[in-house]
Structure formats: C-alpha cells, structure tokens
Design a protein. Structure first.
Length: 87
C-alpha cells in the first residue's frame, strides 16, 4: 500500500513559493521596497525555516561581503574627498 504524503522536495518548493508570495504581498500592501541588505536578511530567515541557512550563507557570502564593502566605501568617500559632486 502506497502512502499519499507530500515528499520532502515538493514540501520545500511549496514553502519557498509561499514565502516569496507572502513577502511580495506584504510589500505591495505597504507600498515599500527593501534594499539588498534587507533582502539578504529576509532570504536568510526564509532559508533558516527551511533548514538551508548554512548552505545559503556560504553560497551568498562573497556577494554579501562585496555589497557591504561597496556600501562602506561609498560612505567613506565624502570624508576622504571633503565634498562630492552629485547631479
């Protein structure tokens, strides 16, 4: 007799899609957009609940560090130059 249960990959896929839809609905209702650093935090919590946080963190670590490095250097430039020209 065969069990009629949801397999693990189907469950993970459905939870991932449900999470993405929930975040999109939340953003549309509140008319807000989040920055890349906030995206990584949302994505980390989503993968944490799915049990894949370590894999996500190790895969995305170079991109996260390069983004934070970019943001840090962008905030340091006005102190080095003294003034910036923005158009």
């Amino acid at each position: 007799m065969k069990k009629n249960s949801i397999t693990y990959p189907k469950l993970m896929l459905s939870l991932s899609v449900l999470y993405i839809v929930a975040v999109c609905i939340f953003m549309l209702i509140h008319r807000m957009w989040f920055s890349p650093d906030q995206f990584f935090i949302f994505a980390f919590f989503g993968t944490f609940f799915l049990g894949r946080a370590r894999i996500f963190f190790l895969d995305w670590l170079p991109f996260i560090l390069s983004y934070f490095g970019y943001e840090f250097l962008r905030s340091v430039v006005p102190f080095i130059i003294g003034h910036t020209f923005l158009h």
